[in-house]
Write a protein that binds this ligand. Structure first.
Ligand SMILES: Nc1nc2c(ncn2[C@@H]2O[C@H](COP(=O)(O)OP(=O)(O)OP(=O)(O)O)[C@@H](O)[C@H]2O)c(=O)[nH]1
Ligand SMILES: [Mg+2]
Length: 326
């Protein structure tokens, strides 16, 4: 059975539906309208595929923001498959396309989502990303998630650059009733990171989440600042930071892919969090990032509520993007 049919079986039946798959369905509505609906419209207007069909398919992929490189690569793969196996049925071609989307993601490395916890002492998660992508709210959502898993969570406000950043994170810490380490405005972010690491150890915290300022405009400054933060964290806690998540706003489309490339050059990244998926039709950005950078997407923001940040699940994502509502 092809993946397309497998996903339909898995999620369409009532027993396959759960809270998570419903959130994916809802959060990916705009992307699905832009992708799945166009796919099915295309296949129903052709009885057999031809060159023009593949051109249109490529266009639909590019409009879904999977990136030009990936679109070209995947169309070639589908074309080869169709020739090799003598397939000309448009519906079947579309199903092969979805198979290829899955295979490309899966073949690029680990498919993991949850934070990998360090058993000896606090686990440190460093959060990076440009301004306004949803770093602070994502930190709050992640804290909420792990609090609910009975983890002791602490925050460190290392964005000492932007006025209001410390205040915003403190408000979240208050709401979630968890400790936070802050420095003075414009103080050295690394000194706040140092305090955070020390207090996390003292208080037997399970997870320390470190917020940072994302000034990508000045790459060498940012690189030096993040390197210094990493150094002080590692000095206090072995192998810290254990995870570094880059936050990308899905509504920025291909610009988000550029950000991911730039950040990867600045600091090691262990995972990507895609925010604001609910507000965009550019859902293919996840495939573009994976194809170009091989970094796993770990969480996906499907709405503004605390529970709308979900662990990334490839099946639910592809179902939400590629399978039209019945
Ligand atoms: N709809 C939707 N909105 C989101 C999501 N994630 C974040 N937002 C909104 O995006 C806006 C910016 O979020 P912040 O968390 O302040 O972004 P930031 O990266 O910390 O911004 P700076 O600190 O200014 O760099 C807020 O209004 C959030 O509610 C999401 O998954 N869906
Ligand atoms: Mg912020």
């Amino acid at each position: 059975m092809g993946l397309f049919k497998f996903l339909k079986e898995k999620f369409s039946k009532n027993n396959g539906k759960n809270e998570k798959s419903e959130l994916y369905q809802k959060g990916l509505t705009k992307s699905r309208k832009n992708f799945a609906s166009k796919l099915s419209k295309l296949s129903s207007s052709y009885s057999k595929v031809n060159e023009e069909y593949f051109e249109q398919l490529e266009q639909i992929l590019i409009e879904a923001d999977v990136g030009v490189n990936f679109a070209l690569q995947i169309i070639e793969e589908v074309l080869n498959d169709s020739k090799k196996n003598n397939i000309s049925d448009p519906q079947q071609i579309n199903e092969i396309l979805v198979d290829k989307m899955f295979l490309d993601y899966a073949s690029k490395g680990d498919v993991i989502s949850d934070i990998q916890f360090n058993n000896q002492g606090p686990t440190v998660l460093l959060v990076v990303g440009v301004n306004g992508v949803g770093k602070t709210t994502t930190i709050a959502k992640l804290a909420y998630r792990y609090i609910n898993m009975n983890k002791k969570v602490m925050l460190a406000a290392c964005d000492t650059f932007r006025a209001g950043a410390i205040e915003q994170l403190s408000q979240w810490a208050n709401k979630l009733n968890i400790p936070i380490v802050v420095g003075k405005a414009n103080s050295d972010p690394a000194s706040v990171a140092y305090d955070g690491a020390r207090k996390a150890k003292e208080n037997n915290v399970d997870l320390l989440i470190v917020d940072t300022a994302g000034r990508l405009q000045n790459k060498s400054n940012l690189m030096a600042e993040l390197a210094k933060i990493r150094r002080v964290l590692a000095k206090e806690i072995e192998n810290a930071p254990h995870e570094t998540f880059l936050i990308i706003d899905a509504t920025t489309g291909q610009n988000g892919v550029m950000q991911a490339k730039a950040f990867k050059e600045v600091t090691p990244i262990t995972g990507i969090v895609i925010t604001k998926m609910d507000g965009t039709s550019k859902g293919g950005i996840i495939l573009a990032i994976r194809n170009e950078l091989s970094i796993p997407v770990r969480f996906i923001g499907l709405g503004e509520k605390m529970s709308d940040l979900q662990e990334f699940d490839l099946d639910s994502y592809l179902y939400g993007l590629c399978v039209e509502d019945e």
